[in-house]
Design a binder for this molecule. Structure first.
Ligand SMILES: C[S@@+](CC[C@H](N)C(=O)[O-])C[C@H]1O[C@@H](n2cnc3c(N)ncnc32)[C@H](O)[C@@H]1O
Length: 248
């Protein structure tokens, strides 16, 4: 029992935010942690495609480090994680039990719309040390790179996953001065119409794959073809002061 207790104390699980794309946008702490990892987990929601978080983190990782590309199916009901999640939990706990430092990569910030949040919930009472290292979110990087303030003065900002119901979005658009719209690829044409009606389309900037070599910038969202909008796209928008919607 004593030996088990010692092992339990030694393993460390660390969620690391790798930022949106540029490998220079990691914190010093993230870089130091990656360099000391025994195992690096690159999560995916499905089997195909390369892990973008892994490609961002790679320049900071040691060549001998164990890399586990694990599939974490999309969570629809946080209380009911699937067998794949339980299998992943066992894989992680085996490494922690062996006293290893396990790093879990997250695009942007770990506590901001990410798979990491569910992994954190799953492990937080496991007895192992858990630490989370923040990362630069895509919307912060877009704002700085493209000279678009996120909020000023007493502006009210809403951060909205564009996958929410249209009626809910309608209410948010009515009361917000500024918007950060995430996950905009689904229903893009309805979304852009809604933004226009509420006076946001004139001052909206959409950036896809911010910080990646293939970054795309759209300054007029009404001209964007919905089929060209990729998953890694974010819109920053400001309500036009002259719009009739502004006084609503
Ligand atoms: C599941 S959320 C992940 C958010 C991430 N944890 C963060 O802090 O930015 C995925 C959404 O983040 C945004 N996103 C992530 N990386 C991006 C990038 N490089 N460029 C533009 N948008 C990005 C997009 O809106 C995408 O639909």
């Amino acid at each position: 029992l004593q030996e088990e207790d010692t092992n339990l104390a030694a393993g460390r699980f660390i969620g690391v935010g790798v930022g949106p794309g540029d490998p220079e946008l990691l914190t010093l702490k993230a870089v130091r942690t990656l360099a000391s990892a025994d195992v690096v987990i690159a999560p995916r929601t499905e089997k195909r495609g390369d892990s973008i978080a892994l490609s961002i983190a790679k320049p900071h990782m040691n060549t001998g480090v164990e890399i586990l590309e694990l599939v974490f199916p999309m969570v629809y009901h946080p209380g009911e994680l699937s067998d794949a999640w339980e299998a992943n939990r066992s894989i992680i706990e085996a490494r922690l039990k062996a006293g290893q430092t396990v790093v879990f990569l997250t695009l942007g910030d770990p506590m901001f719309y990410s798979t990491y949040i569910y992994v954190f919930e799953l492990l937080k009472n496991s007895g192992y040390t858990i630490e989370t290292i923040p990362g630069v979110t895509a919307f912060c990087a877009i704002a700085s790179h493209h000279g678009v303030p996120i909020v000023e003065g007493d502006d009210v900002l809403s951060v909205v996953p564009a996958t929410i119901r249209a009626e809910k979005l309608e209410r948010i658009l009515a009361v917000s001065d500024r918007l950060v719209l995430m996950k905009v690829s689904r229903n893009f044409s309805d979304l852009s119409q809604q933004l226009q009606r509420h006076g946001f389309a004139e001052n909206a900037l959409m950036v896809s794959k911010c910080g990646h070599p293939e970054e795309m910038v759209h300054e007029d969202i009404m001209k964007v073809k919905p089929e060209d909008v990729t998953y890694l796209s974010t819109i920053l928008a400001r309500k036009s002061k002259t719009s009739s919607a502004a006084s609503a």
